[in-house]
Design a protein around this ligand. Structure first.
Ligand code: PGA
Length: 257
């Protein structure tokens, strides 16, 4: 794989304007690590301020509504986040699927809306601890991902540019317990096979598959050395420029894919 590693920070519900200095520091550091594509998904309220100042990093959102507009109090459409400067949106994060009851069908509708608004999407998937313990993780994730993605005929021509997949086992998120490199290798290779099946060899083999779940500067290099890992979706460790860029630095070492 020849694509640049993609390191995306998911700030979740963290960050007021006081955090803009951290975003600035991340942007400055990203200018020194051009071999890596660095991006940040802050809360909605910080998309525009970060976009206005950023010279290097892309800014994205953590969710969007599936409709173009209407009577949806409290919701935000894909066009609105694009208008605020977002270039991408994270969809189907387990905290949305679990905390907000988002089904695969709803996530897919959001993906279609986001692509129609010209956004790139980061489609999340991942199994619970119970599913992992019952040895059904690979089958579960393949089914979840397939049902959450629009079919090939509804994808834009440049699928590999518009779509990134993030494998995030729920039990690894925010726990300090990242998946083992063997588990990551097994899952990413299964996801790769599914992407090739869905979108063909040319596009399916180029879609980047990020790993997410307790990625830190000290485990990043080992994770990035796993075949078919194209970068990371980073929660807690993306909140400071030091730790986030420590991960980006690990990604700027030669990839083994
Ligand atoms: P974490 O979160 O890095 O804090 O585990 C990852 C995520 O939920 O995207």
């Amino acid at each position: 794989m020849t694509r640049r590693p993609y390191i995306v920070g998911n700030w979740k519900m963290h960050g007021t304007r006081a955090m803009l200095s951290e975003a600035r520091a991340i942007d400055r550091a990203a200018q020194r690590h051009m071999k890596v594509e660095v991006a940040l998904a802050p809360p909605y309220t910080l998309i525009h301020p970060i976009h206005r100042e950023a010279e290097q990093i892309a800014v994205g959102a953590q969710d969007c509504h599936h409709a173009e507009g209407g009577a949806f109090t409290g919701d935000i459409s894909a066009a609105m986040i694009a208008d605020a400067g977002a270039k991408f949106v994270i969809l189907g994060h387990s905290e949305r699927r679990q905390g907000h009851g988002e089904s695969d069908a709803l996530v897919r509708a959001k993906a279609e809306a986001a692509l129609a608004a010209g956004l790139r999407i980061i489609m999340c998937c991942g199994e619970s601890a119970a599913t992992r313990d019952s040895d059904k993780a690979v089958a579960f994730v393949k089914k979840q991902l397939k049902a959450s993605l629009p079919p090939a005929e509804q994808m834009p021509a440049e699928i590999a540019d518009k779509l990134t997949v993030a494998y995030e086992p729920i039990w690894a998120i925010g726990t300090g317990n990242a998946a083992t490199t063997d588990d990551i290798a097994e899952m990413h290779s299964a996801i790769r096979a599914l992407l090739v099946e869905l979108f063909g060899e040319e596009q399916g083999s180029e879609v980047r598959i990020l790993y997410g779940g307790s990625v830190k500067p000290d485990n990043a290099a080992a994770i990035f050395a796993v075949p078919d890992v194209g970068g990371a979706l980073v929660g807690g460790a993306s909140l400071t420029a030091d730790s986030f860029m420590g991960i980006a630095l690990a990604a700027s070492e030669p990839f083994e894919n």
